[in-house]
Design a protein around this ligand. Sequence first.
Ligand code: ZN
Length: 53
Amino acid sequence: MTKVTPYHSSNPTDPDVYHWHDNCPAGSQIPARNKVSGKGYGNRPCRLCERMD
Ligand SMILES: [Zn+2]
């Protein structure tokens, strides 16, 4: 359970969520080139990250 600075995907086809756990199953599928630091505009908190809190 590693908490990190919130990040999200810059890919518009990905869900509008942000993650804050390094080992989130959904967040870890974001390729490095699409990984953007920050919550992003209008993104919701990731349910999986919430569960790991
Ligand atoms: Zn997540």
